[in-house]
Design a protein around this ligand. Structure first.
Ligand code: SAH
Length: 378
């Protein structure tokens, strides 16, 4: 059974070494490096061609590689790719591969579903099913890397496959609600024998689980912390984000200050503009005042605001602000010296903001199950 097998893609090279040098494997320690490198290239045991056949068979028997399978793939006109991944137990998550001038960045999921309950978000509509393991989070990056490498090989492009050089944890789930696996994932992602992606090119996005922000700061990893703020007053924020009733804006921004002080990393604030909810000039002024109050107006603690018009999720009844409101909001922030970017909407033609493909897949699976059930009862 899967459950009794070793989840080998979760392990560091040192941990693999400890296991395979001991019985029943009793291998020389250099095998650990070979296995680790193969795993992080997305290989299956059968493909690990410099390992003895007997060891490959033994690994296959005792270990499982939890790389998600690509079940659907949507490519937009701007070459953004949206993946629907199927996990080993049949659950689904999503990932999005984006092309920026400076390289390819993938957005990965950290949980199946989410229990944070943000009112505008598709990922949380049906609650949380389970956490992803570090191997399943890393596996999304490996599967996408393998997929783009394959496409390049097929097209006989002499330049070689482009590498994924950045990761954002902004897919389905709340990474800080799955803290240990998130940290292990970051460790594996940046391992020299693996993808070796520098943590400066990684963002961890959170709705604001304050104690975990302090814990992350203690680790001193150079990841960018992205805060999904979306409102500048407790009254407004609590209305759209239940987490705010537990940890208010004051506590959250004090944690951000601490994060900067411990890591020296500029904080990024995400602000989704929702029509009629948080998108007036007075909201922009409140936001500028708030951030300057906590982070300093003279650039003591640098920060950045990312504005994004809300992607419409039918079930929530909320809509994104009009372009004119988005521009006016950005100008008001700029006028007060706030660093702000209107996030380019990549892949808007394949849209489905995170969580929507998964919902569709679950609904289809449910229908299939119902069909099978009905047929077997006829
Ligand atoms: N749980 C984490 C990460 C996942 S959500 C977090 O809350 O940050 C990634 C980002 O997408 C967050 O900023 C989230 O607030 C935002 N988001 C969710 N639904 C959205 C929607 N419909 N339109 C635009 N942004 C959305």
């Amino acid at each position: 059974m899967n459950s009794s097998k070793i989840d080998i893609l979760c392990l560091t090279e040192i941990e693999i070494k400890e296991i395979i040098t001991a019985p029943p494997y009793s291998q020389p320690s250099y095998r650990a490096k070979q296995i680790f490198e193969w795993l992080h290239r997305g290989a299956k045991f059968d493909e690990m061609s410099n390992l003895p056949l007997s060891l490959r068979a033994q690994l296959k028997e005792t270990c499982i590689i939890k790389t998600p399978k690509i079940e659907r793939k949507l490519t937009s006109a701007d070459k953004t790719i949206k993946y629907l991944f199927r996990l080993y137990d049949g659950e689904h998550v999503e990932g999005v591969l984006m092309n920026y001038e400076y390289g390819k960045t993938i957005c990965v999921s950290s949980q199946v579903g989410c229990r944070m309950g943000c009112r505008f978000c598709a990922s949380t509509l049906a609650g949380k099913v389970r956490n992803l393991s570090a191997s399943e989070i890393l596996g999304q990056v490996l599967a996408a890397q393998k997929d783009i490498s394959k496409s390049v090989n097929n097209s006989k492009n002499a330049g070689g496959a482009p590498r994924i050089s950045g990761v954002v944890m902004m897919g389905i789930g709340e990474p800080l609600d799955n803290f240990d696996e998130t940290v292990r994932f970051l460790q594996l992602l940046s391992a020299p024998g693996g993808l070796n992606i520098g943590l400066r090119h990684v963002s961890v996005s959170t709705c604001g689980i304050v104690p975990r922000i302090y814990e992350l700061a203690e680790l001193g990893l150079p990841v960018t912390l992205s805060i999904s703020l979306h409102a500048a007053t407790d009254a407004k924020r609590s209305r759209i984000m239940p987490i705010n009733r537990r940890y208010g804006i004051d506590e959250l921004l004090l944690a951000c200050r601490d994060y900067f002080d411990k890591t020296g990393r500029r904080i990024s604030f995400e602000y989704a503009l929702i029509e009629g909810e948080n998108d007036t000039i007075s909201d922009a002024n409140n936001l500028a005042k708030l951030l300057k109050q906590y982070m300093g107006s003279e650039g003591e603690r640098p920060f950045h605001v990312n504005l994004i018009p809300l992607n419409k999720v039918r079930e929530t009844g909320l809509s994104g602000s009009r372009t004119t409101s988005v521009r006016a909001f950005a100008s008001a922030l700029k006028a007060q010296g706030v660093n702000v970017t209107i996030r380019r909407k990549l892949g808007s033609d394949i849209d489905a903001s995170c969580g929507q493909l998964r919902i569709a897949a679950e609904q289809m699976a449910k229908k299939e199950r119902a069909k099978i059930y009905n047929n077997s009862n006829k």
